[in-house]
Design a protein around this ligand. Structure first.
Ligand SMILES: [Zn+2]
Length: 205
């Protein structure tokens, strides 16, 4: 949904970014790009950038340069009084590694973005991510980053299987069947282990 509704709004910025040499401006645009995705998915700001980038499934650098090419070509067409449409321009490949992944996956990410209550009572504001729980409180949870690696690898494997079969598409239902129960079980297990560590629905950072 984000890729359809929000990402196209960045097409214009993408073309401008190819001529932008100020690192801070580029960084700002990149942060905005990731930020809209996090807001849309209702996941915390503290979510790993690498995971967010992979969840988005679009190569931003490729997007910038493809958009620049398209803008330049359209400009040349206009100069010659030719009709300008969107046909004939190579589109950036958009992967959808979130295909068939239930909303509970984002809930697992949200859990790890909440403030640890026992530490907060001691004056330390820190999120209850997997590393903190293990290192400080001796509690093991699976953690969304490890889970994401499995989801991503499975997606890549399935994508490879249809690489040379252009008429074949990934089957959303197959992904749903593979992940629904697994993700729900992990979420329930995580909730059980962190009971008392956070007030669900409290501050997410
Ligand atoms: Zn803590």
């Amino acid at each position: 949904m984000w890729a359809t509704l929000v990402a196209p709004l960045f097409d214009g910025i993408g073309a401008l970014m190819s001529n932008e040499f100020s690192v801070s401006v580029l960084e700002e645009a990149y942060l905005l790009w990731k930020g809209t995705f996090k807001q849309f998915m209702l996941i915390p700001k503290s979510t790993s950038s690498e995971v967010v980038y992979q969840m988005i499934g679009i190569d931003l650098v490729e997007l910038i340069f493809k958009n620049k090419e398209a803008v330049m070509e359209k400009w040349e067409h206009r100069k010659k009084g030719m009709k300008v449409g969107n046909d004939g321009f190579t589109k950036v490949q958009r992967y959808n590694p979130l295909i068939g992944i239930p909303k509970e996956f984002c809930q697992i990410i949200r859990v790890e973005g909440q403030i640890c209550i026992p530490c907060w009572k001691k004056g330390i504001k820190i999120v209850i991510n997997q590393k903190h729980l293990e290192d400080v409180h001796g509690i093991e949870i699976l953690g969304y980053q490890r889970l994401w690696t499995e989801i991503r690898d499975y997606f890549v494997e399935k994508k490879k299987q249809i690489f040379d079969k252009p008429l074949k598409r990934l089957n959303r239902e197959e992904f749903r069947k593979k992940w629904l129960d697994v993700i729900k079980t992990i979420l329930t297990d995580t909730y059980k282990k962190i009971a008392g560590f956070c007030k669900l629905g409290s501050d997410i950072i």
